[in-house]
Design a protein around this ligand. Sequence first.
Ligand SMILES: Nc1ncnc2c1ncn2[C@@H]1O[C@H](COP(=O)(O)OP(=O)(O)OP(=O)(O)O)[C@@H](O)[C@H]1O
Length: 264
Amino acid sequence: MAIELKDVSFAYPNGYVANEGLNLVIKDGELLSIVGQNGAGKTTAVKLMNGLNKPSKGDVLVDGVNTKEKSCAWISKTVGYVFQNPDDQIFNSTALAEIEYMPRYMKLSEEEVKKRSSRAIEMTGISHYLKMNPLDIPYAIRKFVAIAAIIATQPKYLILDEPTAGQDKRGNEILENIIKELKRDGTGVIAITHDMDFVAKNFPRIVAMAHKNIIADGTAKEIFWNSAIVEESRIKKPQIAQVAERLNLPGSILFREELTNALR
Ligand SMILES: Nc1ncnc2c1ncn2[C@@H]1O[C@H](COP(=O)(O)OP(=O)(O)OP(=O)(O)O)[C@@H](O)[C@H]1O
């Protein structure tokens, strides 16, 4: 089972073409990160995966079902999308109501609603904020409310659009644990992020985008140690890789232990 993009192009209503001829297969249970400069078309591409955007050309298949034939609400049960800006997503008056909303909308039993919500709350570490109006919750934590609301729907694939934006070290640690736990459950995670250290550490597969298209698809070492890809997609190498490059060390180093070993 997989999300498949087959020669997909997308134009916004004003005619602007944001994706051109995308081809990509994401198998279930995969951890994949999408990187690339602002405006490369990353958000447009992930919105094609859950039916928020429908292709202008080509087809998107979710576990074999063409997204053109289904509503976004239907596809979202399989492919959950967490908005880049939580304020585009959150609409309930308390964090708890926001998290319980979708499981209830899915007509799950009250016991199941509570079970799923509790787990999502625990994973995202937001138990102290449940009674608050989301608008009064600090932005970084509000992003976790938005993530919890989608985790509670237990999608097979979860898309996180810039989850690291606005997060500190602690926030990133929580995100890493969420990704690990979802991986254990067999949930696929697709994340757009500009934090390349986070990408190298957490995602075995990276897709680099530039000028509306996918320009590379590979492991962290393959992407970050290929200067042509780094330049074209205008990404920064992870910090350790930058140090290794300055020191002219061999071995496509990305992590601290690799750097320490090489220096020894
Ligand atoms: N609703 C819209 N109407 C017209 N053009 C749009 C619309 N939304 C986005 N675009 C344009 O499409 C292009 C791709 O946008 P997209 O948000 O997919 O890029 P991105 O790679 O996710 O960038 P970022 O990292 O800044 O989020 C941009 O040039 C953007 O201005």
